[in-house]
Design a protein around this ligand. Structure first.
Ligand SMILES: [Mn+2]
Length: 252
C-alpha cells in the first residue's frame, strides 16, 4: 500500500479499506494449535512468549502478512523493579520498512522504560523521524500504586478487562489520539487506572478485527487468550499482533 495514503487514512483514524475479507487458507496458516509443520517461526514465537513475572503474566500471538517478510507489528514487555512496561507497535505499511520502524520504536521504549508513558512516546517520536512512522499503545504497570498508566497514538486497540465482576465498568478502552509517531504527534494524554490482581489488558494491532470476546475467558492463561484472538480475528490483509497481559498483584 502507498504509505502516504495509509498515513492519510491513519491520521483520520480510518482503517485501510483493503483490510476486510478472510479466507480459510489464512485461518489455517495462523492456527497455533495446528501441526508443527505450519511453520517453525510461529512455534518458536509461541515458545518464548509465555513467561511469568511476579507482577504480570503475559502471552502474545503474532503473524506477518506473509511468511517470507518480517512483520511490521511488534511488541515489548519490559519488566521493571516496580512493575512493567508493555506496548504494541504497528509500523506503517508492510515489509522491511514497516518492520524497521517498529523495531526502532521498541528499542527506544526498552532504552527508556523507566520514564513516564508520555515522555516515552515523545522520545519515540523523536527517534522515528525519517522512518515510515508507527502507531502504538503503551501501558506502564506500577505495582507500588496498584495502577496502570496508558496512552496511545493511532489505531492500536487497548482494552482493560476487570477480573472482579462487581466492578463497573467491567472493561475500559484506551482512547488513543489520532496521529503517527515519527510523523505527526498530537498533544498527548495519559490516563491512570487502578488495577487489581487478575485484571487483564489486551492490546491488538489493526490487523486484528474488532469484536473479539475476552470476558468469558478471563480465567484462561494469557497465551491461550492471545492464541484464540489471533486465530479467530486476524485479517488476511495486514500484519497482526495481539498482546495479553494479566496483572498479578503487588511485587513482594
Ligand atoms: Mn496494521
Amino acid at each position: 500500500m502507498n504509505p502516504n495514503s495509509e498515513r492519510d487514512s491513519r491520521l483520520e483514524g480510518r482503517c485501510s479499506p483493503k483490510a476486510r475479507c478472510k479466507t480459510r487458507e489464512v485461518k489455517r496458516r495462523i492456527n497455533f494449535s495446528g501441526p508443527p509443520s505450519l511453520g517453525g517461526r510461529l512455534e518458536k514465537m509461541k515458545a518464548i512468549s509465555t513467561e511469568k513475572h511476579p507482577c504480570i503474566e503475559w502471552g502474545v500471538g503474532s503473524r506477518g502478512l506473509t511468511s517470507e517478510v518480517e512483520s511490521g507489528d511488534a511488541h515489548i514487555v519490559q519488566l521493571l523493579p516496580k512493575g512493567a512496561l508493555v506496548a504494541v507497535v504497528d509500523g506503517l505499511g508492510h515489509g522491511s520498512e514497516a518492520a524497521s520502524a517498529a523495531r526502532k520504536a521498541v528499542d527506544c521504549l526498552s532504552n527508556g522504560a523507566s520514564g513516564s508513558v508520555i515522555s516515552l512516546l515523545t522520545e519515540c517520536h523523536r527517534s522515528l523521524q525519517g522512518t515510515r512512522g508507527v502507531v502504538m499503545s503503551l501501558a506502564l504497570f506500577n505495582s507500588d500504586d496498584q495502577a496502570m498508566m496508558w496512552t496511545g497514538v493511532g489505531n492500536v486497540t487497548s482494552v482493560l478487562y476487570r477480573a472482579d465482576s462487581r466492578i463497573a465498568p467491567s472493561s475500559e478502552n484506551l482512547l488513543p489520539r489520532a496521529g503517527i509517531v515519527g510523523y505527526v504527534l498530537p498533544p498527548l494524554r495519559a490516563a491512570v487506572l487502578p488495577v487489581s490482581p487478575g485484571d487483564t489488558l489486551v492490546m491488538a494491532s489493526d490487523g486484528i478485527r474488532d469484536g473479539f470476546v475476552v470476558k468469558p475467558f478471563l480465567k484462561d492463561p494469557p497465551q491461550q487468550i492471545a492464541d484464540r484472538i489471533l486465530s479467530q480475528h486476524a485479517k488476511e490483509t495486514d500484519d497482526a499482533l495481539v498482546l495479553v497481559v494479566r496483572y498479578r498483584g503487588r511485587l513482594p
